[in-house]
Ligand binder design. Structure first.
Ligand SMILES: [Cu+2]
Length: 203
């Protein structure tokens, strides 16, 4: 494979570009602001790249999909699998279904100071979930699994509200979470998480 001519062409292109750039009169102050803008853009792109690689932030093509009409028949979101579960590694996973006009189950107990993975699905229309006074907020789009991992630093009662208008009963759509001290919390449903992650993963 011949790379030399391409490298030479690139070098020539860069040389020409900077020669032309230097020939253009740009005010000193303007030059500074151009540099600042480039630094900001580079930092933001860098944050996106770091997030993508190290925090698992993926493009929409990699999302998990699920059939809203047959949620109750799926392995993961069948009625008996909803609520709080602990897997063999001790990870706490909460599965909830949003539907007009409630979250199911209506009430859950979770431990404080423990990473908790929430997995939500919608059985009908677009919903949202928001826990005031925390950074927990996401949309629940029908057909997709919304997943967020968070930690509650303090015990207490937290309301869980729908923040996407979903119909006439939207303002009655809420649930609540009791955050219990880590030492006092015991998983009532200490059943293993189903092996298949997601009802049907996008293929
Ligand atoms: Cu709503």
């Amino acid at each position: 494979m011949q790379t030399e001519p391409i490298q030479a062409k690139c070098k020539q292109f860069c040389r020409d570009f900077f020669t032309q750039l230097n020939a253009v009169h740009i005010d000193h102050l303007e030059r500074k602001w151009i540099a600042i803008s480039i630094i900001i853009i580079t930092s933001l792109v860098g944050i996106i790249v770091i997030d993508a690689f190290f925090h698992g932030v993926n493009p929409p093509s990699k999302v998990e999909t699920i059939d809203s009409a047959s949620l109750h028949l799926s392995k993961e979101f069948a009625e008996e699998n909803l609520g709080v579960q602990t897997d063999e590694k001790g990870n706490v996973v909460v599965r909830m279904v949003a539907g007009r006009y409630s979250f199911f189950p209506k009430h859950i107990d979770v431990p404080a100071e423990t990473p908790i993975t929430f997995r939500w699905v919608s059985m009908d229309v677009l919903h949202g979930v928001h826990i005031p006074m925390t950074n927990m907020s996401t949309m629940i789009v029908p057909g997709y699994v919304a997943e967020i991992t968070t930690t509650f630093p303090k015990p207490g009662e937290y309301p869980l509200l729908c923040n996407e208008y979903c119909g006439m009963g939207h303002n009655h759509m809420w649930s609540n979470i009791s955050v219990i001290e880590k030492e006092h919390w015991t998983s009532k449903q200490n059943t293993p998480v189903p092996a298949a992650k997601g009802g049907s993963v996008n293929e």
